[in-house]
Design a protein around this ligand. Structure first.
Ligand SMILES: NC(=O)c1ccc[n+]([C@@H]2O[C@H](COP(=O)([O-])OP(=O)(O)OC[C@H]3O[C@@H](n4cnc5c(N)ncnc54)[C@H](OP(=O)(O)O)[C@@H]3O)[C@@H](O)[C@H]2O)c1
Length: 484
């Protein structure tokens, strides 16, 4: 039995079971750091067995230091990490400082894979961070760039904008099959792969929980179990989850393997999945022998159909990948963002005029030159200027009409948010397209964002100013809640 490997990108082969080190932060939750030498020694058996790739992050306690220590002890260890900055703008110097910190902590001159997390798409700073990271990649500090928890729309947008992403780390399991549709399609189209986490739902998707009563969500659970207990509740509750465990057990019985094996293999066999990241707790229970069996069997069509059928009887986790970090219900260990974010700054600066109106600038040079605001609020009414996919001097979304439309709507949302409103307040939109062939992509993007808002809308074919722009959007909003 040998551990399968997959080429994630040129020069980067990863074991298809990666060792996840969020569990280090959990082990350190009382504020006591693990001894990096002892923790690295405890993880050596994983490398020995062939699980040579580790997934760390800037906020996983001393995970980067432990993985770096291990990489110095053992040949061939690959350390992937993440940068999860606070929402809002980061200068080029701040981005570089974050990368330098990871380099120092891991103890390498180049990071194998840096995965970026975006909190708020309505704030275009997330794209600035990625462009800065792409520069640092070109300068050699990063071998490859990835993202984590990006939804399909924004992964597609970033790729169309020329950001060289090779993978997206997302939650994917029998309990959460959000990546199976649009995300898989975007990955296939762009040749990007997924790294899947949560495949064992923190261990809940294993024999240990078959037939057991539901554990209450409290500090007696690991952070990971707390997180995925919330997924279970969202998916219809513990009894329905038990039906999935029973189906996995039936398949496991036929194959002579464990439920965890079936759950892991199910995700490994999905299109565009490079590997599954399984939490590894230094010095904790060892699952090496069991996890090695993942490479000793396959799920045939009948087994996959039985598992798909059982998973389909759960309620789908709402939204797209990563939404659990962006809007309620927050499916995090704490059930909110208190471990992650203090505040969300306004995406764009607001100027309050002596005329009682508030005006937003989105920083394009034409707002100054032509004398207009991105948005103006007077009382409970907001008017948004004709908005294209410009950000600074860049065109976001490349020549893809759908991606441009989504970014223009993100700007509209950012302007509204800056004025204390949201997309839900929009009562009117006008879409201007240059090329009639784009109408459907533009209409679909509008539908994706406004399907619950249903503003009055007009789609007009016309000439547009500016090379490469395929769509321009105007909007009007009426704020129903209390004014600013
Ligand atoms: N990007 C993100 O937002 C994000 C979010 C979450 C996780 N992650 C990544 O994914 C990694 C995985 O974490 P996760 O929270 O999703 O957990 P998970 O991999 O679904 O579950 C891991 C837990 O399952 C248990 N386990 C492992 N192998 C087993 C087996 N063969 N049989 C039975 N139980 C087994 C262990 O529990 P015990 O340790 O309790 O014994 C282990 O800690 C993290 O470390 C991190 O790298 C990323």
């Amino acid at each position: 039995m040998s551990v399968e490997h997959r080429r994630l990108a040129p020069g980067l082969r990863v074991s298809r079971v990666l060792n996840g080190l969020w569990q280090v932060a959990d082990a350190e939750r009382d504020g006591t750091e693990l001894d990096p030498e002892a923790a690295a020694r405890a993880l050596e058996a994983h490398v020995e067995a062939g699980f040579d790739t580790f997934d760390a992050a800037d906020h996983y306690g001393s995970a980067e230091i432990i993985a770096g220590t291990l990489a110095r002890r053992r040949e061939g260890v690959r350390v992937l990490t993440k940068w999860v900055p606070s929402p809002g703008a980061s200068s080029r110097a701040e981005v570089e400082a974050a990368v330098d910190r990871a380099l120092r902590r891991i103890g390498v001159e180049r990071i194998d894979l840096l995965q970026f997390h975006a909190w708020n798409y309505a704030d275009p700073s997330w794209l600035d961070c990625l462009f800065h990271l792409a520069d640092l990649k070109a300068e050699g500090k990063i071998l490859h760039l990835g993202v984590t928890n990006l939804d399909a729309v924004h992964l597609d947008m970033a790729l169309h904008s020329g950001i060289p992403l090779v993978c997206n780390q997302v939650c994917y399991s029998l309990l959460d099959r959000r990546p199976a549709t649009t995300m898989a399609e975007v990955c296939r189209t762009h040749g990007v792969q997924m790294l899947a986490y949560g495949t064992l739902a923190g261990g809940l998707l294993s024999d240990r929980w078959l037939g057991r009563p539901a554990p209450p969500i409290n500090d007696a659970l690991t952070w990971s179990q707390m997180k995925y207990r919330r997924f279970v509740n969202q998916a219809g509750g513990w009894d329905r989850f038990q039906e999935v465990l029973r189906a996995a057990r039936r398949v496991a019985d036929r194959l002579g393997v464990s439920i965890a094996n079936v759950a892991g293999r199910y995700v490994l066999e999905q299109p565009c999945v490079a590997g599954v990241i399984v939490g590894a707790r230094p010095g904790g229970r060892s699952y090496l022998e069991d996890n090695l069996r993942l490479f000793d069997f396959a799920l045939d069509g009948d087994a996959l159909a039985e598992l798909d059928g059982a998973a389909a009887r759960l309620d789908p986790i709402p939204g797209d990948c990563g939404d659990e970090y962006r809007r309620p219900p927050y499916l995090t260990a704490a059930g909110d963002l208190r471990h992650h974010v203090d505040r969300f700054p306004a995406p764009y600066p607001v100027r309050h005029g002596s005329d009682g109106r508030a005006r937003v600038s989105s920083g394009t040079m034409w707002e100054d030159v032509a004398g207009f605001s991105r948005a103006v609020r007077s009382g409970n009414r907001i008017w948004i200027a004709g908005t294209t996919a410009t950000h600074g001097t860049r065109l976001i979304g490349g020549d893809d009409a759908g991606a441009q439309t989504h970014f223009a709507i993100d700007k509209v949302e950012g302007a509204l948010n800056s004025l204390g409103a949201g997309l839900g307040d929009v009562v009117r939109t006008r879409l201007y397209i240059r090329d009639v062939a784009d109408w459907e992509a533009v209409a679909r993007a509008h539908g994706h964002r406004f399907r619950e808002v249903l503003p009055a809308n007009t789609l007009i074919r016309t000439g547009l100013v500016g090379e490469g722009y395929r769509v321009e959007i105007e909007a009007e909003a009426e704020v129903r809640a209390s004014p600013e």
